[in-house]
Design a protein around this ligand. Structure first.
Ligand SMILES: [Zn+2]
Length: 250
C-alpha cells in the first residue's frame, strides 16, 4: 500500500463501471490510477474528480512488463477547488493547465516544484482575486522553467549588458541580445522586450514562490506577455494545445 498526496489532472472511463485517473504527485510525477467501480461508487467520487487534491491510499501491483500499476483504495480530500468547477471559463483554463501538465510532467524530475506551481495557480484561480490572463502567463512560463526550459535572462549573451531600452529574446536560440549586438539570423523568432517587459519575464522565471503571484501589470504589458508565454510554451513543447483553443472560444 502506498499513501501519497495527489492532484487529479485527468479522468476517463475504463471498462464497464471503472475509471482511470491521472494524478500529479510530488514523489512520482504523473501516475495513472485505476478506480474500480469508479463511475458508480459514491465513496470514491469526490476525491477522484478533476482537480481534486487529496491524500490517496493506493495498492501497488507489478505488471508482467515490470511496470508498477496503481489501484485506488481510499482517499481523504484536502482541497476540491470548488469555485473552479462552478465557472465554465475558469474550468476551461484549468483544463488547459492540465493538458500542459500531462504533456510536460511525465517524468518525476522536479515534480515537487511543478506540484507547487500547480497548486498555487489553482488556489488563486479558485479564489478569483487574480487576473486569469496573468495566472495563465505565469503558469505557462514558470512550468517551462521548472521542466528544463528556463531561459537565460541575465543579460545580453554577447556583451553581458543587463538591460537596454530594447532587448531581443530569440525563441529559437534562447539568447537574449541587446540592440547593439543583435544578429538578424532567425529574426522572425525575436521578441523585443523593453525594460518593463524584461523585468516581468525575469520576475516570473526566477522569483521565489512566496512572491510569484503578488504583482499586477497593465493591459498593454499583459497583451505582450500573453503572446510571448503562449508562443514560448508552444515552441518548446512543439504542439498546439486543444484546450487552449477551447478556452479562447469562451
Ligand atoms: Zn550586447
Amino acid at each position: 500500500m502506498k499513501t501519497l498526496e495527489g492532484l487529479v489532472i485527468s479522468e476517463r472511463d475504463s471498462g464497464e463501471t471503472g475509471k482511470s485517473v491521472t494524478l500529479l504527485t510530488r514523489e512520482l510525477g504523473c501516475i495513472d490510477v485505476y478506480v474500480r467501480g469508479g463511475r458508480k461508487s459514491n465513496k470514491s467520487v469526490s476525491s477522484t474528480q478533476l482537480f481534486c487534491y487529496a491524500v490517496f491510499s493506493l495498492e501497488e501491483k507489478r505488471g508482467a512488463d515490470n511496470t508498477t500499476r496503481y489501484y485506488y483504495n481510499s482517499s481523504e480530500p484536502i482541497q476540491l477547488f470548488y469555485n473552479i468547477r462552478l465557472d465554465a471559463k475558469r474550468m476551461a483554463l484549468a483544463c488547459y493547465f492540465a493538458e500542459l501538465l500531462l504533456f510536460a510532467a511525465e517524468s518525476s524530475e522536479n515534480a515537487d516544484e511543478v506540484m507547487r506551481l500547480t497548486l498555487n495557480t489553482l488556489h488563486f484561480l479558485n479564489k478569483g482575486d487574480r487576473s486569469e490572463l496573468l495566472l495563465k502567463s505565469i503558469f505557462e512560463l514558470r512550468l517551462l522553467c521548472e521542466t528544463g526550459f528556463r531561459p537565460n535572462l541575465i543579460g545580453c549573451c554577447h556583451c553581458y549588458r543587463p538591460e537596454d531600452d530594447e532587448m531581443h529574446f530569440n525563441l529559437r536560440s534562447g539568447n537574449l541580445e541587446c540592440h547593439d549586438c543583435v544578429t538578424s539570423d532567425d529574426a522572425m523568432y525575436d521578441y523585443i522586450f523593453d525594460k518593463t517587459m524584461l523585468h516581468i519575464v525575469r520576475f516570473i522565471a526566477l522569483v521565489e514562490y512566496e512572491r510569484l503571484f503578488n504583482f499586477k501589470i497593465s493591459e498593454k504589458y499583459q497583451k505582450q506577455l500573453s503572446a510571448f508565454t503562449e508562443d514560448f510554451a508552444q515552441y518548446h513543447y512543439g504542439k498546439k494545445f486543444q484546450k487552449l483553443r477551447f478556452y479562447k472560444m469562451l
